[in-house]
Design a binder for this molecule. Structure first.
Ligand SMILES: *Cc1c(COP(=O)(O)O)cnc(C)c1O
Length: 343
């Protein structure tokens, strides 16, 4: 597949901003090239624009070549840049598969890009046939959320591969919840599909939503365009330092994940027993979708009890559903206790 041909012509011919740090990045003693304040504060210098040290660490953890990694200011920036690289305003579209993560459509709406919506099936799986029938040369990017937010399930891997084989544009697999999932990452498919982008984040399992670090794994052709259009210093020094610290302590992340999976099982068992609960959906994430009789009433009742969940009952295929994030053991027991007192 020819990635260059999918890129907007103005991005193909773009002459990117040349920052001081990207023009000279060798070893020197006196840096008088970037108009920084020379007095040392630990933060007076601009950050590494290509986050080399951090990418080497991520490369080792994820078994992906450092040249196939792009880092963004959250997954939000990755989504926004993808749309601006590939989609011509008022001409091109993205394809999304509702119910799904809200940012794909918001980013497209901001950029004045069309949004083709192909709902998931009743069992929240990929409707491969409908996706194939809706494919159009102007549909540049397909976003697959896997495991899916808000339904919580994994997509069928054979369906993902069949879509990768026929989709003529970029296929993005958003793996924000991969650390909680029972199936392996789609990064293993990268070498077969130059049009594949796998997104992950430090915002969920790694406990770093506050630093804003999103990861994209893709072919070098795609990474080249990310680097061309990104703001020069999009990942600040504090974020790079905190991310490195956390990634050097993956045992902590693994402990959290193991505990959250146990807690998820606790919530699953105990929610099922409650009178107000009609159904607890199976999940591969750190949240649970729960079907109740009067979602809005229960949502409001929980707020009065100072417990906040997400009302997803107006979302396609999520009728009656509240989305509950797995909390600490204390928080989960409080939720169950409060819900058991609902009358
Ligand atoms: C939480 C979440 C993200 C994370 O976004 P960040 O900008 O990296 O915090 C991405 N995709 C999905 C589907 C999510 O639910």
């Amino acid at each position: 597949m020819n990635i260059d041909a999918l890129v907007r012509p103005n991005i193909r011919s773009l002459k990117p901003y040349a920052s001081a740090r990207s023009e000279f990045s060798g070893i020197a003693e006196v840096f008088l090239d970037a108009n920084e304040n020379p007095f040392e504060t630990g933060l007076n210098r601009y950050p590494d624009p290509f986050q080399k040290e951090l990418k080497i660490k991520i490369s080792a953890l994820k078994s992906v070549d450092p040249g196939c990694i792009f880092l963004g200011n959250g997954s939000d920036e990755v989504i926004d840049l993808l749309i601006r690289i590939f989609c011509e305003p008022k001409e091109d579209s993205i394809m999304i598969l509702p119910p799904t993560y809200g940012m794909y459509k918001v980013s497209a709406d901001i950029a004045n890009i069309g949004v083709v919506q192909i709902p998931l099936t009743r069992s929240s799986q990929l409707d491969t046939k409908a996706i194939q029938e809706a494919v159009h040369p102007q549909t540049k990017i397909l976003f697959i959320c896997h495991p899916n937010n808000p339904t919580g399930n994994n997509m069928d891997l054979e369906a993902i591969e069949s879509i990768l084989a026929f989709f003529p544009g970029i296929v993005v697999i958003d793996e924000a919840y991969i650390d909680f999932s029972s199936i392996p990452s789609c990064t293993t498919l990268l070498s077969n599909y130059p049009n594949l982008v796998v997104m992950q984040t430090l915002s969920k399992a790694w406990g770093l939503a506050g630093i804003r670090l999103g990861m994209a794994f893709a072919s070098k052709q795609i990474i080249h365009y990310f680097n061309k259009v990104k703001p020069p210093y999009n990942i600040n020094i504090l974020t790079q330092q905190k991310a490195l610290e956390a990634l050097n302590n993956k045992v902590q992340k693994e402990k959290w994940v193991a505990q959250l999976l146990e807690e998820r099982a606790f919530l699953d068992r105990n929610l099922q027993k409650l009178e107000v609960v009609r159904k607890v959906r199976k999940t591969d994430t750190n949240f649970i979708l729960v079907e109740v009789d009067h979602p809005r009433k229960i949502y409001d009742y929980l707020i009065l009890q100072k417990v906040i969940v997400r009302d997803r009952s107006k979302v396609l295929n999520c009728e009656g559903c509240l989305r509950i994030t797995v909390g600490t053991p204390e928080e989960n027991r409080r939720l169950i206790s409060v819900l058991s007192e609902y009358r």
